[in-house]
Design a protein around this ligand. Structure first.
Ligand SMILES: Nc1ncnc2c1ncn2[C@@H]1O[C@H](COP(=O)(O)OP(=O)(O)O)[C@@H](O)[C@H]1O
Ligand SMILES: [Mg+2]
Length: 259
């Protein structure tokens, strides 16, 4: 099977620091891959490299057989790459549904003014599409509320809907449950896994919560100091000594922080 995403030896050098050091990864449609690793191991930089926010020092990114290395975030969004951010970036002055509409317009390269100038039928179909995405994350019933009124858990869900606006092929989630606890975190994890299958897209999810990734990811890739130190099925990877030492051990000893 041809992977939808193929990353070959991607690297990012910041001065003397190799934040991402020749990382390779493949992703299939319908698959959820967890990217874990301690603070500063290069997870966010990796995501920025494959979504066009950071230009690689070397290496290639291939999407559906096309070389998309160093394409702009905009062009990657148009090519079907959606993402979310470690810190939610919703427009607080817009309603929830308007946030999703804005993302859909961004993907289509239509300016915001389109929402005002376009005929009513066009606006209605944009709204319908946005509501559909909100429905997928269980937020359609509050579509017209202001985005500023969202709790953290709700804004994490709306962020995922916003990422889905572009994610025809892949969705990249940077710590989508950060700040959520217990059931709230598990529910968002379940939502991510169900969405990947329902929409048949590939998902890469950065996550600190090991029990959560074990439950909802098909495979894990572990980074440490910018390099892949382990990769494979979740149950194998979490038992590998180098992983226990680099990641889980640190967390268990309480020295693990958040970035
Ligand atoms: N723009 C930047 N300039 C210089 N160093 C950076 C930059 N972005 C990230 N880094 C460094 O790269 C390393 C990896 O960071 P990051 O990708 O944010 O890790 P993670 O998301 O795994 O916590 C860290 O040492 C960080 O300080
Ligand atoms: Mg990070």
């Amino acid at each position: 099977m041809n992977p939808i995403l193929q990353v070959e030896k991607i690297a990012k050098q910041y001065g003397g620091l190799r934040a991402v050091d020749d990382v390779s990864l493949t992703l299939e449609l319908g698959e959820v891959v967890g990217l874990i690793g301690p603070n500063g191991s290069g997870k966010t930089t990796f995501v920025n490299l494959i979504t066009g926010y950071v230009e690689p020092t070397s290496g290639t990114v291939t999407l559906g057989g096309t070389d998309v290395t160093a394409r702009s975030p905009h062009r990657l969004a148009q090519a079907g790459v959606g993402r979310t951010y470690q810190v939610p970036r919703l427009f607080s002055s817009l309603s929830i549904v308007e946030n999703i509409e804005a993302a859909l317009l961004f993907v289509r390269r239509q300016p915001q003014i389109w929402r005002v100038l376009t005929p009513r039928t066009g606006r209605a179909s944009l709204r319908r599409e946005a509501i559909e995405l909100l429905d997928m994350v269980g937020m359609a019933h509050v579509a017209d509320r202001g985005a500023a009124s969202l709790s953290l858990g709700e804004s994490r869900r709306v962020e995922i809907a916003r990422g889905l606006a572009a994610a025809r092929r892949i969705l990249v989630l940077d710590e989508p449950v950060a700040g959520l606890q217990g059931e709230d975190a598990m529910n968002v994890g379940r939502l991510i896994a169900e969405t990947a299958r329902a929409r048949d897209i590939g998902v890469i999810v950065i996550e600190h919560n090991v029990p959560l990734v074990r439950r909802f990811c098909d495979r894990l890739v572990v980074l440490n100091l910018g390099r892949v130190i382990a990769a494979g099925p979740c149950e194998d990877v979490v038992r590998m000594p180098q992983v226990v030492e680099a990641y889980i051990g640190k967390e268990a000893s309480g020295s693990h922080g958040r970035s």
